[in-house]
Ligand binder design. Structure first.
Ligand SMILES: *Cc1c(COP(=O)(O)O)cnc(C)c1O
Ligand code: SF4
Length: 323
């Protein structure tokens, strides 16, 4: 095993291994380790989002005032080779324990500005129904209108996990939204569609996020097919991410200039309803930056320069009062 795959070995579900056999490589490339992962660039980071500095408690990332992210587990059903948390995922941290949940619940209760929690990881839906029920129950008891957002890869990689029992647990703790990751139209199978349909029927809104990946989905036609297909299912494409600077993932990153061109072409291929926000997590903890249609330059003397699709330029103030 190469250095890069140590602790983050090859892992996928039976469903994914069948899908890999039935498709042309766009699924396989997401999960099959390559020696290219050994190539670590000097500016690549083990914590590319700089989450550690926003972590008031173990497993809690409080980056934005109203939203807190819980690292529910480091376990995933699959190991996506481009994972930006690959130094956490598949380690030996395991599932969040009852005392840790209590500590986090106390923190959230003491911070009334938090109106939403993201359950992430790892993949929260690798926990059992009983474990999820306990976690969601404790969070729901903090405030009845606390929004819970479950970030998962499961509907697309193990759709049979979306059982009636699981759906009823999620529904019992609403408001719950589900954000699931899906990257290529080959992943839009009838089984995945049925899983999504169960969630929507139970009143759980579903949105998607996609990572722009070289030789997987870095062309406007694949993305258009994916986003239109999701919209037909009733899933709003929410984010399209430029690759993060995670160690050993340079072979997956699309050059930013090319990414912007792809997104520009995409606009004429899908309705606005089907168009996700194109964004990047600034290296080292700058947060998510929407990349939009325009290149952003500056700020110079307190003003950003925005360049629009037709090459027109405009100014926009840098309103950060701390400066
Ligand atoms: C992405 C993210 C959020 C949620 O951001 P949205 O723009 O609301 O999707 C919250 N906390 C952290 C640490 C994040 O990385
Ligand atoms: S499911 Fe998410 S956290 Fe897990 S390996 Fe894939 S990208 Fe990383």
């Amino acid at each position: 095993m190469s250095d890069a795959t140590k602790g983050f070995g090859r892992k996928f579900t039976r469903y994914i291994s069948e899908l890999m056999n039935d498709t042309q490589g766009h699924v396989a490339r997401q999960f099959e380790p390559l020696d290219l992962e050994d190539k670590v660039l000097s500016y690549e980071l083990s914590d590319p989002l700089g989450e550690e500095k926003y972590s008031p408690l173990p497993r809690l990332v409080h980056r934005y005032p109203n939203r807190a992210l819980i690292l529910v587990t480091d376990i995933c059903a699959v190991h996506c080779r481009y994972c930006f948390r690959r130094n956490f995922t598949g380690g030996d941290v395991g599932l969040i324990q009852a005392e840790e949940i209590d500590g986090i619940a106390t923190y959230i209760a003491a911070h009334p500005e938090i109106d939403e929690v993201l359950l992430s990881g790892g993949d929260p839906l690798t926990a059992t129904d009983a474990e999820l029920s306990l976690l969601l129950g404790k969070l729901r008891s903090i405030r009845i209108d606390l929004l819970m957002r479950i970030c998962t890869r499961i509907p697309g990689v193990n759709p049979s996990r979306i059982t009636d029992e699981l759906v009823s647990i999620l529904a019992a703790h609403r408001p719950v939204w589900l954000v699931f990751q899906i990257n290529h139209p080959d992943e839009l199978t009838p089984d995945v569609g049925a899983a999504i349909s169960k969630l929507l029927s139970a009143g759980i809104p579903v949105v998607s996020q996609t990572v722009l990946l070289r030789d997987v989905n870095d062309d406007p036609d694949s993305l258009a097919k994916l986003f239109h297909g999701l919209t037909v299912w009733g899933v709003k494409p929410y984010y399209l991410f430029q690759g993060d600077l995670a160690s050993g993932t340079s072979h997956f990153r699309v050059p930013l200039r090319k990414s912007i061109e792809i997104v520009h072409e995409l606009r004429s291929k899908v309705s606005n309803l089907a168009l996700p926000q194109f964004a990047v997590d600034l290296p080292g903890g700058g947060g998510k930056i929407p990349l939009g249609e325009h290149a952003v330059k500056g700020p110079v003397d307190g003003w950003y320069t925005l360049t629009g699709p037709e090459g027109e330029t405009g100014r926009y103030p840098d309103e950060d009062e701390s400066k």
